[in-house]
Each structure stands twice: as structure tokens, then as C-alpha cells.
Design a protein around this ligand. Structure first.
Ligand code: AMP
Ligand code: ZN
Length: 466
């Protein structure tokens, strides 16, 4: 079956082919590192992880970029309030973000560019917009994008901008559709920015949020690439403005497919910092749910459907995983001897086709999980009846391993590990590589105290709960 996705640009499901044969280039709006990410944000990152893993499963080579927004209105405000430098302020949140991704089993992407490392790219891009007559300077020295000069403005969010008052401007990074107006590309320094500024041909200042993603995506993926993702709240203004800046500067189509996930909601309202109805991943972990359980609940609803978060839902995720684990452990218990030739029973062949077809169909995860659970049911029945040949058991285990590459959920032993333990494990590896055995032993001891044992496997060291 052909791979297809719902493209926000056309509001329809379209067959997907990358621009370059066998290679998908994709950009994902990353976190604004002014606080700990909440599980709503992680819904977006887990949807993007499923997309990435499925593309790889299909045999594509994937180059994915996820930016870190470490300069914008919110990070500057936070640093000022704390009286520390921008970097000092954002660093712990960047570190926490990567720890959280690990706990959730999100596969690392190829590039994580930070906005503060790419300001020159942004300045160059703004230059190009000037050359094309799409940018202008306001009285306070800031640079704005003139939406009246870019007729395609509004094509992603499906806005009608015909009746707009020309020259109206919005300086904030975030604004609503009612305030659609020329938006800031470069913000002239003012007192609220403190020591956060860069020199530019237009004087001291800093980039607007939207130009960051245009500059960093094109730097790593080229002027036209395949897929751009984010949550639906990114459609306007962020992604609309990215299109205007990028296509305005290059005259080429920017991203071909725009995929957006619906929100994680609480009592019908978007989970967000500003509404105060959020849980960070850390909050939920301290209630004794594992990263794997949280991954399951965030992934198991189709990405375009909004998902209501409840702790009962998490309990259901736990129960579903337990069922899977029991099945896998039961199979492993019966898989004896050397791995022989593998063969799939007919019900597993059907499940295999259904699983792949469902994910090809705009990542229909409910269908894919349905195929998985139907197979668990059929497999348990076959084991009860003693009608499961050894090579079939190995075959089904192999299939589960294949599916694990896509779902990141099917290894019972991969319980989420606390990030500190992972960091210690990494240090132990370094000590071993340096043949510093005493230090390696000391670190192993430290892991034991924290409740972990190390198993050295062919795939490298693994942590297991004592
Ligand atoms: P931010 O750090 O606010 O820029 O958000 C990072 C990512 O999380 C973006 O892709 C947002 O669209 C997404 N996001 C924010 N809140 C939610 C939510 N409640 N549900 C799903 N995605 C969200
Ligand atoms: Zn972005």
C-alpha cells in the first residue's frame, strides 16, 4: 500500500514520495527551553517519533532536524527574572529535555540546532527578504515582514487576508489569528532584552521566533524538503510565517507536507503552561508511572484526534502493556534452543500486513495496535492448544522485534530508566573504555545503590531493575 499522510496544506490525504529517492528530510519544531516540557509537548514529540520510525521501517533514510528555541520572548523574560545569562537559564532545561526524551524512548534525531548558534543564518535570510522587497524597517529599528507583498500569505492556515489593514504590525512571537499583521523578523534591542543581543546591519537586536525555524531548517535540509511537523497550535502564526519567510526568500516551495498533531487536552482544554493545567513528565514519573506507560498513552490515539489526559487512561496503558509483556515473556519461555529457521503462522502473516497497511494510512495507530492485540489473542490461543511450532514462536518473536523498531514499546525489559542512572551507565562505559576498572566498579556499585544492575549484552550494557 502507498504511504500517505494528511497534509495540512491541502487539508487532504496525499500519497507521499520524498523529493530525493529513498531519503526523507524532515523538520520538527522543538521546545522553547524556558521551562520543563509538559506531557502535551511530548505528545507532539512522540507522534514525530512514530512518523520517523515508520519512515525508517519503510526503508527510507531519514534526516530529521529538531531545533531548540533558546532565544525568544519567553526565555529572555525568564533569564531576566532570575538575573542570570540566557545560556545559564536555558541549559538545565535543554539537559532535562534530552533526559525526558530518553525516558520516553524517543529516538535521537540527526540534528538539534540551537537558535543562538544560528543567528548569522537568520541575518542572511532577512537580507534576502530585503532584497526581494518583503522586509522593511520600522521606526524603532526592528525589521518586519510585509505580508501584503506576499500574496500566498495565509495558505497554510487558510486565512482570508484580503481585508487586512496594510502596515499593521505585531511584535510578539505569539499572537492570535485576529491579530494577523506584519510580524517581526528582527527585534531592535530594548531594555527588557538586557545583555541579550547580536550585532546586525540594522543595529543591535535579536531574531524573532519564526525566522529561527526558517533559517535552521534550510541550513540543514536545503531550501525545499519533504515534511514539516508540529502541534496544531503551530499552524498559525508560526508555520504560516515560516512559509512566508522561506518561500519569500527563495521563491521555491518550502516544505511539501505539513503534518500537525492534535492537542493533549485536560477537561476539553489544551494542556498548556499558561492555563496551568499541565503535568511535566517528571510529575507523572513521581506518581510511579513509567516512561514506557506514558509513551504508550501518548502514542495510542491517532495523532489527528485530540487526546484527553487522565490517570485512568494511564492505568489502562499499564494494563495493555502488561498484556503484551505477558505474551512476550510466555513466548520467550517457550522459545527453546538456538534460533532455528523462522516461519509465521497464517494469523501472524495477516497481522503483519495489517499493521504495515494501517501505519501507511496516515499513521493509523489504532489499527496497527488492533493488529498487534489480535495477534496476541491468536498467539495465546495457539499456545494454549499446544499448536505453536518452535519456528513459529521464533517467527513471532522476530515480528515483535520488527514492530518494536516502529513502536518502541515491545521490549518488556526496557522499563524506563531514570536519567541519572543512564548518565552513570555512560560514565561506566567511558571508564571501561579507558580501562579504568576501579572507577567502572565504583560506578556499577553506585547503580546498585540506586536499584539497578548492569547486564553486559551483545548490544552493549543494559540496565535492569534489581
Ligand atoms: P513549545 O515549546 O510551546 O514551542 O511547544 C513544543 C511543541 O509541543 C510544539 O510542536 C507544540 O505544538 C506542541 N504542543 C504544545 N502543547 C501541546 C499539547 N497540549 N498537545 C500536543 N502538542 C502540544
Ligand atoms: Zn518552529
Amino acid at each position: 500500500m502507498a504511504l500517505r499522510f494528511f497534509n495540512t496544506l491541502s487539508r487532504s490525504v496525499e500519497d507521499f514520495q520524498p523529493l530525493e529517492d529513498g531519503h526523507v528530510r524532515m523538520y520538527t519544531c522543538g521546545p522553547t527551553v524556558y521551562n520543563f516540557a509538559h506531557i502535551g509537548n511530548f505528545r507532539a514529540y512522540i507522534f514525530e517519533d512514530l512518523l520517523r520510525r515508520h519512515l525508517k521501517f519503510k526503508g527510507y533514510h531519514v534526516t530529521q532536524v529538531m531545533n531548540l528555541t533558546d532565544v525568544d520572548d519567553k526565555t529572555i523574560r525568564g533569564a531576566r527574572e532570575k538575573g542570570v545569562s540566557l545560556r545559564e537559564y536555558t541549559k538545565p532545561y535543554v539537559d532535562a529535555f534530552f533526559d525526558d526524551l530518553r525516558v520516553l524512548g524517543v529516538e535521537p534525531v540527526e540534528y538539534y540546532p540551537a537558535a543562538t548558534d544560528h543567528v548569522q543564518d537568520m541575518i542572511t535570510l532577512i537580507h534576502r527578504l530585503f532584497e526581494r522587497g518583503l522586509a522593511y524597517q520600522s521606526d524603532d529599528g526592528s525589521i518586519y515582514f510585509s505580508i501584503a507583498k506576499f500574496p500566498a500569505y495565509g495558505k497554510l492556515a487558510h486565512l482570508d487576508v484580503s481585508g487586512l489593514k496594510a502596515g499593521a504590525r505585531v511584535a510578539q512571537d505569539e499572537y492570535e489569528k485576529e491579530n494577523v499583521a506584519d510580524f517581526a523578523l528582527w527585534k531592535a534591542w530594548d531594555e527588557a532584552d538586557g545583555d541579550v543581543y547580536w550585532d546586525s546591519p540594522w543595529g543591535r537586536g535579536r531574531p524573532g521566533w519564526h525566522i529561527e525555524c526558517s533559517a535552521m531548517s534550510m541550513r540543514y535540509l536545503g531550501e525545499s524538503f519533504d515534511i514539516h511537523t508540529g502541534g496544531v497550535d503551530n499552524i498559525f502564526p508560526h508555520h504560516e510565517d515560516e512559509i512566508a519567510q522561506s518561500e519569500g526568500a527563495t521563491g521555491k516551495l518550502f516544505a511539501r507536507f505539513w503534518l500537525h498533531c492534535a492537542h493533549l487536552v485536560v477537561d476539553g482544554r489544551k494542556m498548556s503552561k499558561s492555563l496551568g493545567n499541565f503535568h511535566t513528565l517528571r510529575d507523572v514519573l513521581t506518581r510511579n508511572y513509567s516512561g514506557r506507560e506514558i509513551r504508550y498513552i501518548l502514542m495510542a490515539t491517532h495523532y489527528r484526534q485530540s487526546l484527553n489526559f487522565t490517570f485512568e487512561g494511564l492505568d489502562a496503558a499499564r494494563a495493555a502493556l502488561q498484556r503484551l509483556d505477558e505474551f512476550i515473556l510466555r513466548l520467550q519461555g517457550q522459545a527453546t534452543g538456538e534460533e532455528p529457521l523462522t516461519r509465521l503462522p497464517i494469523w501472524a502473516v495477516e497481522a503483519k500486513t495489517r499493521f504495515a497497511d494501517c501505519l501507511d494510512d496516515d499513521l493509523n495507530i489504532s489499527g496497527a495496535l488492533g493488529a498487534l492485540f489480535d495477534m496476541v489473542h491468536a498467539g495465546n490461543k495457539a499456545m494454549d492448544a499446544g499448536a505453536f511450532a518452535a519456528e513459529e514462536i521464533w517467527g513471532v518473536l522476530e515480528l515483535l522485534d520488527e514492530w518494536h523498531q516502529v513502536l518502541g514499546l515491545l521490549r518488556p525489559e526496557e522499563e524506563s530508566v531514570d536519567p541519572k542512572a543512564l548518565a552513570i551507565l555512560e560514565l561506566r562505559e567511558q571508564a571501561r573504555k579507558a580501562k579504568n576498572w576501579a572507577e567502572a566498579d565504583r560506578l556499577r556499585e553506585e547503580l546498585t545503590v540506586r536499584g539497578w544492575t548492569v547486564q553486559d549484552t551483545a548490544q552493549g550494557p543494559k540496565l535492569k531493575k534489581v
